[in-house]
Design a binder for this molecule. Structure first.
Ligand code: CP
Ligand code: NVA
Length: 323
């Protein structure tokens, strides 16, 4: 669906509305408790291009942050005024609570445990560039065990691709995540030697070593990741046509010549978020079963619902049959 949407938009200018304005009259409310450039802009464009509108809130300007209004009451108001709610927060619990109290869809725009809209879009970008299903490719992650990696791991289970992770021992994915993968009868491959992790890779992903609001000794952590810097030499251990992707913003985990070089597709990756978000905010699980077939009560479904970010069962609009 994202592929078709992207093609259809080729001749349209930035704010021109898609034919039929499928989200005409709909309002997506966005709330950011942490900084954002891409997520904010891509959702703005996604809803605008579908004919709807968006309003961005800062949590410290609401009663929720300062005046002690409950999430339940805030959620009730959001559900009365808007048609969808996108939230970027430092609290997974808050995402769960909004999910509980909102009667409109809630989209996870990044939380400590996941960054679903990023990774959905990344899967799309990989398949677009490689022209192959991601299940046929070797995907590698070099970096911290953070929210983006957790979503990538969940995606590797969902889309059945081989995922190799290169990171220092101390920063490997935790037992909760590893047990979840095992429970789903899948495997992830973890290496403390970056050369081994990238060996045979079709795609190398990375992200900042220090995430937003990461409460660590930054200097010490950066030093621990020193040998995991992605440079020409490390890329040389991957497949010849291996590509480099990064969600941005970047730190010094990758050299400029790789990040800005021919193997890097980071700008295309960033822009694709608009098209994938357009497809996902129109997603109607009642007519499109596979994504929700795991059921809501298993841990798998919880992680997957974080990937899709959708509040299952409550689409913004009905399935767009033309796309
Ligand atoms: N990749 C990403 O989510 O970027 P922002 O933090 O700028 O939204
Ligand atoms: N892992 C990063 C992703 C930023 C888009 C963070 O949480 O800051």
């Amino acid at each position: 669906r994202s592929k078709r949407r992207k093609k259809l938009r080729k001749k349209l200018s930035t704010l021109e509305v898609d034919k039929g304005a499928p989200l005409k009259g709909k309002l997506l409310i966005q709330m950011f408790e942490k900084s954002s450039l891409r997520t904010r802009l891509s959702f703005y464009l996604a809803i605008k291009q579908l004919g709807g509108g968006t309003l961005t809130l800062r949590s410290n300007e609401l009663h929720l942050g300062q005046g002690g209004e409950s999430i339940a009451d805030t959620a009730k108001i959001l559900s009365t005024y808007g048609d969808g709610f996108m939230l970027r927060t430092d609290s997974d619990k808050k995402v769960e609570n909004f999910r509980k109290y909102l009667s409109i869809p809630v989209i996870n725009g990044l939380s400590p445990s996941s960054h679903p809209t990023q990774v959905l879009s990344d899967v799309f970008t990989v398949e677009e560039i490689k022209k192959k299903p991601i299940s046929k490719l070797n995907i590698c992650w070099i970096g911290d065990s953070n929210n983006v990696l957790d979503s990538l791991i969940a995606a590797s289970v969902k889309f059945s691709f081989k995922l190799s992770i290169g990171c220092p021992k101390k920063f490997e994915p935790g037992t909760k995540v590893r047990n979840w993968v095992k429970k789903n009868k899948k495997k992830i491959f973890i290496y403390n030697d970056p050369k081994k992790a990238v060996s045979n890779a079709d795609v190398i992903f990375s992200d900042k070593v220090i995430s937003l609001n990461d409460k660590v000794n930054k200097k010490k952590k950066l030093a621990q990741f020193k040998k995991f810097k992605i440079d020409k030499k490390l890329m040389g251990h991957a497949k010849k046509n291996c590509i480099f992707l990064h969600c941005l913003p970047r730190g010094n985990e990758v050299t400029d010549d790789i990040f800005l070089g021919k193997k890097s597709h980071v700008w295309q990756q960033a822009l694709n978020r608009v098209h994938v978000e357009e497809a996902s905010i129109q997603f109607d699980p009642t007519t499109n079963v596979p994504e929700v077939s795991m059921g809501m009560n298993s841990e798998g479904a919880r992680v997957w619902s974080r990937i899709t970010g959708a509040n299952i069962g409550k689409p913004i609009i009905n399935h767009d049959k033309s796309s």
